[in-house]
Write a protein that binds this ligand. Structure first.
Ligand code: HEM
Ligand code: HEM
Length: 212
């Protein structure tokens, strides 16, 4: 335990993805009921979808702990992890744990579905059904987000490590050889620009095919 130190675990694109997704998701929620803010709602919503599409690619080509094979595990691993929580034998790896990992992937897929039903709702496909589906999936995603935030706090207390701060500065406790080598700042920065650009083109009405 003593030779553990702060090592880089989350690369810049993963961190940028996460916090931009938080802004987009809550932004979309806060603007969802107002007709006046409709374009802003679409802009936050589509930007969230764009972030998830990027993350799906980064899950295959990104740095070690950002890759899906690191945290998408079978049910056996998930049960082992959950049991470990209760009997104090936690298996702490620097990346996501197998239960959290599946919730996070679930959230990403739900955002894609929210975006798709939002788009089809705008196109008035299947009458009001898409709008209903959109609202229902958005509410389920919000419930899952609340559980996700609670889990981040509880796991931080159990592991005695601030996981929220780790998602900000990228650092967790670990052995030097477990660290990722490249923070990938440039890709993180490009992701931020792409997010801002996608927000701008939607909100300014430059892509009527998606908003009318
Ligand atoms: C993370 C992304 C999103 C979230 C969390 C979200 C959430 C919501 C919620 C909760 C409502 C219901 C508002 C009410 O109470 O009436 C709503 C409405 C709506 N959203 Fe989204 N949304 C997202 C993305 C999108 C996208 C990408 C579009 C695509 C254009 C879209 C189009 C719409 C439309 C057209 C409505 C009105 C539906 C109606 O008339 O009932 N949303 N959204
Ligand atoms: C203030 C609110 C939030 C906090 C404090 C928070 C906290 C965290 C933390 C600590 C992690 C890393 C967990 C670990 O160490 O294994 C994480 C990952 C993640 N969170 Fe959140 N979260 C928040 C909101 C959200 C929202 C709104 C969404 C999506 C709608 C979301 C989706 C995700 C995803 C997809 C990951 C996986 C990150 C990746 O591997 O790229 N989070 N979150």
């Amino acid at each position: 335990m003593n030779n553990k130190q702060a090592i880089l675990v989350w690369d810049a694109p993963t961190r940028a993805f996460h916090w931009l997704l938080v802004i987009s998701f809550f932004g979309a929620w806060l603007t969802s009921e107002s007709e006046r803010l409709q374009m802003i709602h679409y802009a936050f919503g589509y930007s969230a979808v764009a972030l998830v599409l990027f993350r799906l690619i980064w899950g295959f080509i990104g740095t070690k702990y950002a890759r899906f094979y690191q945290f998408i595990k079978g049910p056996n691993e998930m049960i082992k992890h959950a049991k470990g929580l209760f009997n104090g034998h936690q298996h702490i790896t620097p990346g996501h744990n197998p239960v959290g990992g599946i919730v996070m992937v679930g959230l990403m897929l739900m955002i894609l579905l929210i975006g798709l039903t939002g788009y089809l709702g705008v196109k008035e496909f299947l009458g009001n059904f898409m709008n209903e589906a959109h609202e229902t999936i958005a509410s389920l995603a919000l419930a899952l987000v609340i559980i996700h935030i609670a889990a981040a706090v509880i796991m931080s207390l159990l592991q005695n490590e601030n996981l929220v701060r780790a998602m900000i500065n990228g650092k967790k406790k670990g052995l030097p050889e477990q660290a990722i080598r490249f923070p990938q700042y440039l890709i993180g920065f490009l992701l931020l620009l792409a997010w801002a650009y996608s927000f701008y083109i939607i909100v300014s009405g430059a892509v009527p095919a998606l908003t009318q």
